[in-house]
Design a protein around this ligand. Sequence first.
Ligand SMILES: [Fe+2]
Length: 491
Amino acid sequence: MSIFFTFFLFFTSVTPHKYLPIDRIPVWKSKNDPNIGPAFGQPEQIRLAYGGDESTYSVTWQTYDDTLKSIVEYGTDISDLKNSVEGRCAVFLDGQKHSVWRYIHRVNLTGLEPGTRYYYHVGSEHGWSPIFFFTALKERESGGYIYAVYGDLGVENGRSLGTIQKMAQKGELDMVLHVGDFAYNMDESNGETGDEFFRQIEPISGYIPYMAAVGNHEYYNNFTHYVNRFTMPNSEHNLFYSYDLGPVHFIVFSTEFYFNLHLGYHQMENQFNWLTNDLKKANENRKEVPWIITQGHRPMYCSDFDGDDCTKYESIIRTGLPLTHGYALEKLFYEYGVDVELWAHEHSYERLWPVYNRTVFNGTQQPYVDPPAPVHIITGSAGCRENTDVFIEHPPPWSAIRSTDYGFGVMRVYNSTHLNFKQINVAQGGTEDDDFWVIKSSPKHHRPFKHRDLKRLRTYGTHVPKHHCHHKSHCDETRKKRTRRHQKRDE
Ligand SMILES: [Fe+2]
């Protein structure tokens, strides 16, 4: 399985991880007083992440003092954790006036046997965590991997948390894809809100890999909490990266660069170049890894009532920067044949018909079989203090299914041709708001979209122009407004 260890130099003010030297003498030790040890050496906030292949996991945790060592002990027998691996420790100060010293420990576990259950604990002689377990990733006998997919989960009103924790511990999930907006907000209360969030997700992240994408709520100090707390594969900053798992090439990127231009254009430009290069390589490898699935926080399309970017005729994420249309993502993802695009930010669930350039493929019996355009899914209602979002009454033609109830997605990629997505409604006791399939009739149909796809899209699809009326009442209102405007002008 090929992994793309491609990352560009990250010219930004993001604080790089400040790793402490192995041969350091911690402050408490330098006092040479046998009665002084680390003040807070107890590990907490344990989180696993996929390391880029099935035999590699990273383990990350936090202490509030320097424990000198960062160790994971693990084994297949809970009473005999015979393997010991030492990692590195970085110190993290978030830049606030009363910034707390946080010690972020990272250990890589390699050579894991797919499908084997491992027990582990983390820490040092100054404190050990409870024993957790994980099963090294392996395709399920009934096919593929199962992912929980959601965004916008906060420490308050985290409505989906309990259900996801239970599913993770029962082995009903293989991995979490959290598509931006954590904690609300990680930097608040001097960073304690972030600490609390990582404690709350530990019953998930201690057992299965917890994979992250950055959202607007991580904006503080150029995403410093997000950058310093997570450990994502093939990246030092976690802001854009990619990895393969089974038949899927996952691409994670930051939509936030487009809305934080005061930090400079270079972040957006670096990412765009990286995306282009990564998509190119992914297409060269499509025989081995056919699906391409992207994750970005702010969607290109939506039918919410909040005036967000996705409600605009030309959303910035879709068509790029105003006037120049620079760094537009819809065209890029279309040209390289992205199959599925996962989004959040809107506190709701919305599944779209296949769509490209505001032309919606909804005029056939089976629009999700060999769709001639990417399939967009927005799932940002996991639960936070900001409540769920409201939809406009009459949605545009791209909207297939919508729900404003709290919940999260469960995606299962069975093989190279079949992908299933369900939206679990936790507000209604776990019922399903949606259950649909994206199907490729042959693995060969994973490829860049071509002229014949565009022709199919135009022949059977519906183009949605700027002043499209989706409903009679809406059209009447638009007509009345126009008449009033003309009358005023003629007066
Ligand atoms: Fe958001």
